[in-house]
Design a protein around this ligand. Structure first.
Ligand code: GLA
Length: 695
């Protein structure tokens, strides 16, 4: 049983944990316990003492969703103004509903017609819990919501936690940050209208955990727009995290009868950082990613962007496609440049019609050539955008976000469409649907290359609601397209990794991790990405990029890209026959180990940033085999040989593999506890070792 109701106490039972909530006498949900399973009779409502005492006792409570008002002064989860101007919410518990693995706790204001329902879902095979909240106006008169976090999460105990997030930038997304939060608050947010490259809509909390040990708590917000993650430690030593849509300039007006369900939060507790990653990976694959491709291996794709940028044509792309097929690719994606007057990035966005000069007879011939090479075909779009130099903008200047007396910013020479307008939504849907219906397209790369600005939304009675409605419209359009074209894969891209959140992962099958394809930088970025997201959703290209004159060998670049959803993006026309043959060898190997990488368990063994060696192992669920990836930047022999401990294998199984000049036939226990000897003697040393159970 996954929800045990003992009103007023409710036990959410996950695979290994209990998350216990109760309706407290002050009308709020109270988090009673979160940790490993205990006998359920041990759980009881705490003694609250006198809430009216003279030292603001309510602030000490472990509320699951604190409203603004009463004598609660900490960061609140929800703030609203009622029709008569009252700005305080005062809740009382109404009741609960359960449905298998779902629990809803219902609260209502004691006077005003606001109902707040906290939703919880558990999963028998995981320690993940999904939370969300519905706010409903059950009466007359508008209720203006000014702040709506999706969840408030009180972490166990009073010692300070280390809080992890990212401090990335374009080209260095997913760079991890970690800080000891011993007092005050840490805020991670995006104000861009997309989840962005800087901070991420999650927090990970631990007290000195390493990869395989120590309790790790995590919470991810499933939202691709502006967000805020607020984690604080109060004067009583309590650490709380709130995650939700950013409240800056935010408003959501509930008219009579209307309801808003805020974005979901995926939270959980795991053993070690590696345990958290594996739990989220499995949860993503089994329960979260869009159905159809979630349990299917993602293809090795070729993307033309770095090879041809805007210079696309049937001949040029067909020539590349031939090479891509020879290199072992299964899908060929033509990137930017195929539509409108798109000679460069100054024009054409919005005109999603095939450019007649570049493709006089449409895309049919190119797609036929790609298909004849045995590959599927994919196409790039940037649907939320418009260039001022486009037919779409000339016909509908009012479709772009703007204020009448302000010049709209033209970052990358483009404007953002006001997606809250039904006619804009319809146009985008119709254009993509038409392209998908006309041509044999099996993959959409959906890009979004600038943040929102000058967000006038004169079409809305309450323009500040656009922050919610924009992202909601994005999801709805993608879902509609997916319904009509279920066998088409969708990739979320936003100037590289600007939209890699769990909201995107509910509607897109994968994301573009970063425009930076330098393999050494990628090792760090991929580690940050895979900490909280499924490995298979991480598109990783092998390219010719050489920003730092590092001249990493081609096989080294494969070593790194093969740790995610392998893709190729170099100018294959310039590759020698030997290089194409090497690509083929690598893609062939990848296809063999793909089930381990995309559906296995990731064990991070050595960290390039800390240990100067990157070693990661992907282990089959039945532990019958593993793929071990090793890569270094500088040689290590002048320092010392390193013991590499192979965590993640079955202690009792005997494994066999060759490594350098040694043949190993050892138990999983030995390989974990004694390790293997690693001497890395060359610059850019790299190895992929297949470890198999001895039969
Ligand atoms: C963004 C993407 C790139 C590429 C270009 C095309 O920068 O991140 O991968 O698609 O747009 O303009």
């Amino acid at each position: 049983m996954s929800v045990i109701a003992r009103e007023p106490i409710f036990i959410l039972e996950t695979k290994n944990t209990h998350y216990v909530v109760g309706a407290d006498p002050f009308g709020n949900a109270h988090r009673i316990y979160w940790g490993k399973k205990c006998p359920i009779d041990d759980y009881e409502m705490p003694d609250y003492g006198d809430a009216e005492s003279n030292h603001g006792k309510l602030d000490e409570f472990f509320e699951e969703y604190t409203p603004f008002g009463k004598t609660m002064y900490r960061e609140c989860a929800v703030k609203a103004t009622f029709a008569d101007g009252c700005r305080e919410i005062n809740l009382t518990y109404v009741g609960y509903e359960t449905d298998g693995n779902k629990l809803s706790l219902i609260f209502k204001d004691v006077y005003y017609p606001l109902q707040i329902t906290l939703h919880y879902t558990t999963y028998d095979d995981s320690d993940v819990i999904v939370r969300s909240v519905t706010l409903q106006n059950t009466g007359e008169g508008d209720i203006t919501l000014e702040k709506v976090y999706s969840a408030e999460i009180t972490l166990p105990g009073t010692d300070p936690y280390r809080i992890m997030n990212t401090y990335g930038i374009w080209g260095a997304e997913h760079t991890q940050t970690e800080a000891l939060l011993d007092g005050g608050a840490l805020v991670f947010e995006s104000r861009y209208g997309r989840s962005g490259h800087n901070h991420s809509p999650y927090f990970v909390a631990h007290r000195g955990a390493d990869e395989e040990s120590g309790s790790v708590y995590f919470a991810n917000l499933a939202w691709s727009g502006s967000f805020k993650v607020h984690v604080s430690r109060d004067i009583y030593g309590i650490t709380r995290g709130l995650l939700g849509i950013n409240d800056l300039d935010f408003e959501y007006v509930l008219e009579s009868g209307e309801a808003l369900t805020a974005p979901e939060v995926i939270l959980g507790m795991a053993e070690g950082l590696g345990g958290a990653s594996r739990m989220l990976n499995d949860f993503g694959v089994n329960h979260w990613l869009p159905k159809y491709f979630n349990d299917k291996p993602l293809p090795v794709l070729y993307n033309s962007w770095e090879a041809t940028d805007f210079r696309v044509s049937t001949d040029a792309q067909s020539a590349l496609a031939k090479k891509a097929a020879a290199a072992g690719c299964e899908l060929f994606v033509m990137d930017d440049g195929w539509f409108g007057e798109r000679k460069d990035d100054h024009a054409g966005l919005g005109d999603w019609f095939v450019n007649k000069e570049k493709f006089p007879n449409g895309l049919g011939e190119l797609i036929a050539n790609v298909n004849a090479e045995g590959m599927d075909f994919g196409l790039w779009f940037e649907p939320e955008m418009v260039n001022p130099d486009s037919d779409l903008y000339r016909a509908h200047p009012d479709w772009a976000y703007h204020y009448p007396h302000r010049k709209a910013n033209e970052m990358r020479w483009q404007l953002v469409l006001n997606m809250t307008k039904p006619e804009v939504q319809e146009y985008i849907f119709e254009r993509l649907d038409d392209m998908l219906s006309t041509y044999n397209i099996k993959y959409i790369k959906w890009d979004m290359n600038r943040p929102l600005s000058e967000t006038g939304a004169e079409n809305l009675k309450h323009p500040k609601m656009h922050w919610y409605l924009f992202t909601d419209a994005l999801y709805k359009i993608v879902d509609r397209l997916r319904e009509r074209h279920p066998d088409v894969q969708f990739e979320s891209c936003s100037s590289g990794g600007g939209r890699c959140d769990w909201g995107a992962l509910k509607h897109f099958d994968m994301v573009w991790t970063s425009d930076n394809t330098d393999s050494i930088d990628r090792i760090t970025m991929q580690k940050g990405y895979a900490l909280t997201r499924p490995v298979k959703t991480m598109r990783a290209w092998v390219t010719d990029v050489n920003w730092y004159n590092r001249n990493t060998p081609l096989a080294y670049r494969f070593n790194v890209a093969m740790r995610g959803a392998l893709s190729l993006g170099g100018d294959l026309n310039k590759y020698t026959d030997e290089e194409i043959a090497l690509c083929r060898q690598c893609t062939d190997l990848y296809k063999e180990i793909r089930p381990l990488v995309q559906f296995g368990d990731l064990y991070r063994l050595l960290d390039l940033d800390k240990d100067e060696i990157s070693a990661e192992m992907y282990v089959a669920k039945d532990k019958s085999e593993a793929a071990l990836f090793i890569a270094t930047v500088t040689p290590h022999c002048i320092k010392k040989p390193v013991a590499l401990y192979l965590n993640g294998l079955d202690d009792d199984k005997i494994y066999e593999f060759d490594f350098d000049s040694d043949h190993y036939e050892k138990s999983g226990a030995y390989l974990k506890n004694a390790g293997i000897r690693l001497e890395t003697v060359q610059q850019y040393y790299h190895k992929i070792i297949r470890i198999r159970e001895k039969k």
